[in-house]
Design a protein around this ligand. Structure first.
Ligand SMILES: *[C@@H]1O[C@H](CO)[C@@H](O)[C@H](O)[C@H]1NC(C)=O
Ligand SMILES: *[C@@H]1O[C@H](CO)[C@@H](O)[C@H](O)[C@H]1NC(C)=O
Ligand SMILES: *[C@@H]1O[C@H](CO)[C@@H](O)[C@H](O)[C@H]1NC(C)=O
Ligand SMILES: *[C@@H]1O[C@H](CO)[C@@H](O)[C@H](O)[C@H]1NC(C)=O
Ligand SMILES: *[C@@H]1O[C@H](CO)[C@@H](O)[C@H](O)[C@H]1NC(C)=O
Ligand SMILES: *[C@@H]1O[C@H](CO)[C@@H](O)[C@H](O)[C@H]1NC(C)=O
Ligand SMILES: *[C@@H]1O[C@H](CO)[C@@H](O)[C@H](O)[C@H]1NC(C)=O
Ligand SMILES: *[C@@H]1O[C@H](CO)[C@@H](O)[C@H](O)[C@H]1NC(C)=O
Length: 607
């Protein structure tokens, strides 16, 4: 017997209440960047993160859900809203959620990665509070620690335009989100153990679409009884389809049988609107397409996500969902859409064809292209090289410029706040150095208001996706071979798309430009979970030297750990932080901190 899980577009209901609580406004304004903020709406959410039982590929396994949902709820919000999300960790290990592509202007305190936040211990809750300032578009959130994304915990973020700013296309008739991902039947705990032992994860056991296994398109490949996703649509209507690759490390080719994908947006930028029959979507990337239901309804149609590369070696089931017109006459029929196997050359050409629509308005009424990035002088250049995992001090590790990131037990942002010396260095090298690979906590010293050029050079054998928190960057070039100064002649200085995640093909480079206007400590990582887990990340510190109140202040509910753990109230009182007496509290905390710092520096000075 086959099981079906149907989804009506935009039909979900979310537990968001909508208030403009003066208390919360007050808290935000206290730590905020001045006026205007209090006028923007607040949206409150309560999320419980816990294990659920699910059998996406036929055998029962533990997945991570939010409020009982896998994938988690969609955060459907609007430009400039203030988001308050109380996250309760019911897992058996620490948790942080990070918001892929949300820029957290001057507020890296809310970024939810190990360099900015202490993990939320098992059984605790913590409330994120941030504004989606000047952003629109399609993003997703996911758990950032301990390989948890391999078990789920992800969900979509939709930031709608404010009413005063028109979309650069007709309002679609519906909105449908797809999460596509490679999937293993091993738990995230077993997978990370394997990686620590130097084992390659090998090919995934299948590809999921929205947390569901494939339609039984092939009796050999797909066992009986798999629940698959059905998308219900109306004939002749046009839907906005948002697709996120939330997987571990597999680039996926997405397509819908007999239907065109009109690309309109990627990670918060409107693109030049172009028709594709399929799209390679790399890990961590998000796209919006408009799809018109323009086929006759003689049958249902397949929706397909399969590995972009080496698909002939992928002997497991591809991801297959079903597009069902309300007047459909019968089940979808083969042949399956062309397997979409591309080589890296074809895929790179497709990537290069994605352009910024310079005349479209995004979150503000002015055209996207009014920021003439091609005219700005570059202030700093980093050529960042990765290679395949290597043994460092007897452990399998990945590196960037020969450095494998070593997270200190005290988050960098807290170390900076409390002037804890010696926990990190601002010495990340501009190039690969002629020295042995090492583990280190080495940050890029970002020049505030500088204009940074980063070239990612991929010396490994897999596509790597790089993501920078806190920013969108311009993707200005990619090519095979080794980048040289003369490669700059090929840069797109006019309509390279601004996004937060870019792919770097094996044996190739990708160049990005980014304007460092967002103070904070920001994570630059590969989104490939296996490489990330082994150390392929770094942080960039951007400090406004003229104004030390330019960033949001330490949140009242900060969790302390590492050298600062003595500041953390004990478990029984852990949620009793008071904002009313924050000044005297602050002073007390400062004194304790001094003691802790003196003690901590003594104990933790690197040998
Ligand atoms: C998001 O919320 C708006 C109302 O604010 C609603 O019109 C729209 O259908 C919702 N989108 C989704 C995908 O639920
Ligand atoms: C934990 O949740 C409670 C409500 O259930 C809330 O009052 C409290 O502020 C939360 N704690 C933190 C640190 O966010
Ligand atoms: C509907 O489409 C199918 C496949 O493209 C075609 O064989 C069939 O003739 C079409 N039916 C009508 C009524 O247009
Ligand atoms: C660019 O955006 C404008 C809206 O400002 C829209 O009218 C136009 O069709 C878009 N151009 C392309 C090529 O997508
Ligand atoms: C970081 O850069 C700033 C200028 O942007 C400079 O003043 C400071 O000395 C640098 N810090 C280190 C440790 O290099
Ligand atoms: C395909 O797999 C081979 C190893 O089997 C690898 O060298 C190659 O880079 C892969 N291709 C891509 C585009 O990932
Ligand atoms: C990595 O670098 C080595 C040495 O420069 C080179 O021989 C090799 O081809 C490179 N591999 C890739 C995939 O770029
Ligand atoms: C420092 O930044 C804050 C917040 O952006 C701003 O209100 C203040 O005017 C700035 N101070 C100076 C001296 O620029």
């Amino acid at each position: 017997m086959r099981k079906r899980a149907s989804q009506m577009p935009s039909g979900e209901s979310f537990s968001s209440s909508f208030t403009s609580s003066s208390l919360l406004s007050a808290i935000l304004v206290l730590g905020s960047l001045g006026s205007g903020l209090a006028g923007d709406p607040f949206a409150h959410f309560d999320w419980t993160v816990s294990y659920l039982s699910s059998s996406p590929l036929g055998s029962k396994q533990q997945v991570i859900g939010i409020n009982g949902l896998f994938p988690g709820p969609i955060l459907n919000i609007t430009t400039n809203w203030n988001i308050v999300i109380n996250v309760k960790n019911e897992l058996d290990e620490p948790l942080l959620l990070t918001w892929n592509g949300i820029q957290h202007r001057k507020n890296s305190w809310q970024d939810g990665v190990l360099g900015t936040n202490c993990p939320i211990p098992a059984g605790w809750n913590w409330t994120y509070q941030f504004q989606v300032k000047d952003q629109i578009g399609s993003f997703f959130y996911f758990p950032s620690l301990n390989f948890q994304r391999a078990a789920g915990g992800y969900g979509g973020i939709i930031i709608n335009n404010r009413d005063v700013i028109p979309l650069p296309f007709a309002m679609p008739d519906g909105d449908i989100t797809f999460f596509i991902s490679d999937w293993y039947t091993k738990s995230h705990k077993k997978l990370r153990k394997d990686l620590e032992k130097g084992k390659d994860l090998g090919f995934p056991d299948g590809i999921l679409i929205n947390g569901f296994g494939p339609y039984q398109y092939d009796k050999q490949l797909v066992p009986d009884g798999i629940t698959y996703q059905i998308i219900n649509v109306e004939p002749a209507k046009t839907y906005r389809i948002r697709v996120h690759n939330v997987g571990i490390s597999t680039s996926l080719n997405f397509r819908i049988q007999n239907h065109n994908l009109l690309l309109v947006e990627t990670e918060g930028s409107y693109t030049v609107q172009q028709i594709y029959t399929n799209m390679d979507i790399h890990v961590g990337q998000s796209y919006s397409f408009l799809v018109t239901m323009d086929q006759n309804a003689s049958t249902d149609y397949f929706i397909f996500a399969s590995p972009s590369f080496n698909s002939s070696k992928f002997s497991k089931a591809a991801g297959v969902a079903v597009l069902h017109y309300s007047n459909s006459q019968g089940p979808a029929l083969g042949p399956l859409p062309d397997p979409g196997e591309s080589d890296a050359y074809v895929s790179m050409n497709q990537a290069r064809s994605i352009r910024w629509n310079v005349s479209a308005s995004a979150a503000r009424p002015n055209p996207q292209g009014s920021f003439r990035y091609g005219d700005i002088t570059v202030t700093d250049v980093y050529v960042i090289l990765n290679r395949s995992p290597e043994l460092i001090n007897g452990k399998w590790r990945t590196t960037l410029n020969g450095i494998s990131y070593l997270p200190p037990s005290t988050p960098l942002k807290l170390a900076q706040q409390f002037n804890l010396l010696g926990l990190y260095k601002l010495d990340f090298p501009n190039r690969l150095m002629n020295r042995p690979a090492k583990l280190d906590t080495s940050l890029i010293n970002g020049t505030h208001k500088g204009f940074l050029e980063i070239i990612f050079q991929n010396n490994g054998t897999n596509v790597q996706s790089y993501h920078l928190d806190g920013y969108a960057f311009f993707v200005v070039g990619m090519d095979f071979g080794v980048w040289t100064e003369s490669s700059r002649a090929t840069y797109n200085k006019w309509d390279g798309v601004a996004r937060s995640t870019t792919q770097v093909f094996p044996g190739a480079w990708t160049a990005i430009l980014v304007s460092l206007d967002n103070a904070g400590i920001w994570n630059l990582r590969t989104e490939n979970l296996d490489s990330w887990y082994l150390g392929q990340e770094l942080y960039m510190s951007v400090v406004n030297p003229e104004n030390d109140t330019d960033e949001f202040q330490l949140p009242d509910n900060t969790i302390y750990c590492g050298v600062l753990s003595s500041l953390q109230n004990d478990q029984a009182q852990r949620f009793k932080f008071s904002s009313a007496s924050s000044t005297s509290n602050g002073r007390k905390i400062f004194l304790i901190a001094l003691v802790a710092i003196a003690f901590g520096c003594f104990v933790l000075l690197p040998s």
